[in-house]
Design a protein around this ligand. Sequence first.
Ligand SMILES: Nc1ncnc2c1ncn2[C@@H]1O[C@H](COP(=O)(O)OP(=O)(O)OP(=O)(O)O)[C@@H](O)[C@H]1O
Ligand SMILES: [Mg+2]
Length: 395
Amino acid sequence: MPKNLEVVVVDPDVNSRADTNRALTIARFSVSGEAGYGIDAVTMAKDKNPDIIVLSMEEPVARATQTMSSLADALPETPIIVYSSLSDAASVRRAMVSGARDYLVKPPRPEELARAIYSVLEYEERRRTRLTGETASSAARGTVITVFGAKGGIGKTTIATNLATALCKNTNSSVAIVDMDTRFGDVAIMMDVVVEFSIADVGRNIESVDRESIGDYIVKHGSGVEILPAPLHPTEWGALGRQHISKVIDLLSQTHDYVVVDTPGAFNELVATALESANIILLITSMDIASIKDTALALEMLRAAAVSDDKVKLIINHSTSSNSLRPEDVERVLEYEVYWRIPHDVAVSNSNQLGQPIVLAKPYARASRAITDIAYSLSGLRRERKGFLDRVLGR
Ligand SMILES: Nc1ncnc2c1ncn2[C@@H]1O[C@H](COP(=O)(O)OP(=O)(O)OP(=O)(O)O)[C@@H](O)[C@H]1O
Ligand SMILES: [Mg+2]
């Protein structure tokens, strides 16, 4: 990490800018330049070429987001952290789509700024190393599959738990699932396991956790899938930052062939880390207009974060029986190819309620077959077609 990190502050409000400068100075950063929005900010930032840009975003947000996009174009390697008095999800999302790497609520405190700056720069450093192929450690890594969707209740956890189970059962692979639903994780309930430790416990001991000891926090499901549950209380997520999540996923990927990450129907910096750590992102959408609209935004956001389309696989999950749209309509509206469709299947809810992955409880149910096919497709293995007798005898 470079010493004497240089920060440029972009904030049209002179008082708020002075407060931020003060907080940065207390946190031992050097403020090398300051400006309001627009061309002034871009010229000054290009001139100073700082390590990081800290930018204020207030209503109306258009000037801030335009400035952010111009800064991102002018200095693509320089991360931008936004601070704002707006704390609603839509504002956070707009900032992230426009290129922000983190979002702090105003007035940012010195320790918050320091934590955000170090964690964003650390991540950038790792990303650059990854891009140049010089990984820090030579350890082999499994495939990280992050299950993401722009909305709640569209089947993300159903797909994550069943995909993990199908990978374990059919591809003879070691599989871990991480419950990153930062509100109320459901993985342990859907797989009916008793939670003793959670990701928050790993976070508390992050300095000492390594690829061996992370196993102590995991609960094993009968299928062989290893589960790192969400904390029982959502407030426990507050102590976890980007660095915790990326270390957890990295360690698990060193010890498992697949790491499946379940996420909430909301976007935050922890989810951003899970997306950045992914080799494959399964972007789930249901077939209603609201979900398609949010999926369009999610695709936009992923592209803004420089996630390549090759990584992102769009899955339509018919989580309800309504069928107002056709898959072709979805492809046309989103201008994105549908990777897979999971049919509506009443057996899904029953299995979820019993805490049994449907791919185990009812392997020949329509939804099970679709999810098992996804597991085969992702693993590159060919599915063995079974005859009628095998199916009747459950072989
Ligand atoms: N293919 C399907 N057929 C029928 N029901 C489904 C299907 N997929 C999901 N469901 C049902 O939809 C509901 C929501 O599923 P799930 O909890 O997996 O969604 P989620 O996206 O993880 O939600 P949240 O964002 O709240 O965590 C559940 O009742 C589940 O049983
Ligand atoms: Mg869920």
